[in-house]
Design a protein. Structure first.
Length: 149
């Protein structure tokens, strides 16, 4: 298991390292593991993503729409959600019985990052650039998806 990675000064589980005078000390994790988002939290996050896509201006949706199967592997929970991207909307979201199900557009993300992404606390571009969101799709599909997000 991973240790708690929080570095916030007000985190109650942080223990300060003892360092020689004049040196900068680093916060040491206490060894606790923060709770991760549940499978239900992730399902709700994908529903929020579907709602966001449905609220895009219809002209933009028509211009960038495409029909593809989508799979979203939630890496820390080892579950995969599947759905269909149709006419610029995300439909038929369901938990797949096969955690390695593959769609034409494949997302891989940790549960907390998925929730943060759909809640607006993490941007699509930042998540992708920092490797927190992995996308396996054609370049054209990626550009169309990005235009709608």
């Amino acid at each position: 298991m991973l240790a708690h990675a929080c570095r916030a000064p007000d985190c109650p589980c942080l223990v300060r390292a003892t360092v020689p005078p004049g040196r900068v000390g680093f916060a040491q994790p206490c060894g606790s593991v923060p709770p991760v988002a549940s499978v239900e939290d992730c399902r709700l996050a994908l529903e929020r993503l579907a709602t966001r896509l449905a609220s895009v201006d219809p002209r933009v949706r028509r211009r960038h729409s495409f029909s593809r199967s989508l799979s979203c592997l939630v890496s820390d929970l080892d579950v995969t959600f599947v759905g269909q991207l149709r006419e610029g909307t995300l439909q038929d979201i369901a938990l797949s019985p096969d955690p390695r199900a593959l769609g034409k557009v494949r997302l891989t993300i940790a549960s907390d990052d998925l929730v943060a992404l759909t809640d607006g606390h993490l941007s699509f571009a930042t998540a992708w650039a920092r490797g927190r969101l992995k996308i396996d799709a054609s370049m054209m599909d990626l550009l169309k998806l990005r235009a709608m997000l």
